[in-house]
Design a protein around this ligand. Structure first.
Ligand SMILES: C[S@@+](CC[C@H](N)C(=O)[O-])C[C@H]1O[C@@H](n2cnc3c(N)ncnc32)[C@H](O)[C@@H]1O
Length: 378
């Protein structure tokens, strides 16, 4: 009997229907129920997984976000009901660090908060519930398909969500735009450039004013943009905080980045071949922050801060976190260890400080008083 594996699913699909878009291929590799990278058992993030996210480095990251959440709540006039939505919540570590900080530092804000977790992989709800047991009465869940119908005031935040959404790949040929599909040569998966599967790809490049040069490859995240349009509608008043790796369009689509930004992570090594270790390796791309900023403005979202994670964390409270560690009665060797760990979050080159960027957008907030605005704003 033929075992159902990702390679057989994908090969069967290509044999039956012909080439498939890279977006379909990536969605299958990452999210095929029970088999995809994010939808199969095993730790993906952290030391035992394939890559680190800022969340897994230290609780200070979540604590600084929590400081901004308290400031966001105050900016809305300290309402009695304030909703936090975390999209792509993974195991719930970030949500837990945030809720712990709110409970410790601002009981009034904590009492107003209800936390809604949204995660593509439903089985993670159990891990989230365990981790967040102390905050159980404030916690609820929505599936990704339920989120678009939800309306709330508060903060929607995500860390490394949009980079995990499927992308189409395009190539500017001498005769115009082509799409890079996935096809089979015998048993071997490979690229195939042909006419685009949808006019939405050329429309995306046109709409955001992205000139690709002949020979240049790039990714287009139609799924990411559609998701963002949905959440922009969900938010009635408050903030959207997006943390991810990516750039503004001029940098993301610059001719120097001729082959796009697609990368694969496996056991803390980085590769660029998406056609190996199907379902075992992460496939990811840098995101186009300009699309979020420009489309956001059309949808009533004001961009109030955009820049490197290091600048965001420094302006929003990581120094206070370090001061607190210094003032604590921890042994000196623990203080040193924590200092070095937190440094990773803010250090450029080899750290996470300038790899990641933060975008803060507001809707219906007359005078946002976030900590990050103490630093350089847009
Ligand atoms: C790179 S992981 C990041 C997890 C966590 N935020 C962190 O920083 O450690 C991306 C997560 O987003 C989830 N995801 C992907 N698409 C989603 C969607 N449309 N809605 C909610 N979660 C999604 C994936 O299942 C995965 O858990």
């Amino acid at each position: 009997m033929n075992e159902t594996t990702l390679p057989t699913i994908i090969a069967d699909r290509i044999r039956a229907r012909g080439r498939i878009t890279f977006a379909e291929y990536m969605a299958t590799c990452l999210y095929e129920p029970g088999l995809g990278y994010y939808t199969s058992p095993g730790r993906k993030v952290g030391t035992a997984g394939d890559f680190y996210t800022s969340i897994t480095v230290h609780a200070s990251f979540g604590r600084v976000i929590a400081r901004e959440i308290i400031a966001a709540w105050r900016s809305l006039g300290c309402p009695d009901e304030f909703t936090l939505v975390e999209a792509g919540a993974g195991h719930g570590r970030l949500a837990c660090d945030i809720m712990d900080f709110l409970a410790e530092r601002s009981v009034d804000c904590y009492r107003a908060v209800r936390l809604v977790l949204v995660e593509q992989e439903p089985s993670l709800a159990e891990a989230q519930a365990t981790l967040l047991a102390a905050h159980r009465d404030r916690l609820s869940w929505l599936t990704p398909s339920e989120l678009p119908g939800f309306r709330f005031s508060g903060v929607l935040y995500s860390n490394e969500l949009l980079d995990a959404m499927p992308v189409h790949r395009v190539l500017m040929g001498e005769q115009g735009l082509k799409e890079i599909y996935v096809t089979l040569d015998g048993d071997q998966l490979q690229d195939l450039a042909d006419a685009p599967s949808t006019p939405a790809l050329a429309e995306y490049l046109e709409r955001f004013g992205i000139p690709l040069h002949p020979g240049q490859e790039a990714e287009v995240s139609l799924a990411g943009l559609a998701w963002f349009e949905d959440v922009a509608e969900c938010l009635q008043q408050g903030f959207i905080l997006t943390i991810d790796y990516g750039w503004a369009k001029a940098e993301l689509y610059s001719p120097q980045r001729n082959l796009g930004t697609l990368l694969c992570y496996y056991k803390h090594t980085v590769e660029d071949n998406p056609y190996q270790r199907l379902g075992q390796q992460d496939i990811t791309t840098h995101i186009n922050f300009s699309a979020l900023i420009e489309r956001g403005e059309e949808l009533g979202l004001k961009p109030i801060w955009f820049g490197e994670q290091s600048r965001f964390l420094l302006a929003a409270g990581v120094i206070e976190e370090l001061e607190q560690i210094e003032a604590s009665d921890l042994p000196e060797k623990d203080k040193l260890r924590l200092r070095l760990i937190i440094k990773r979050l803010i250090m450029p080159e080899g750290g996470m400080g300038d790899t990641f960027r933060v975008l803060v957008q507001s809707k219906g907030v007359a005078d946002p008083k976030l900590g990050c605005l103490r630093g350089i704003s847009l």
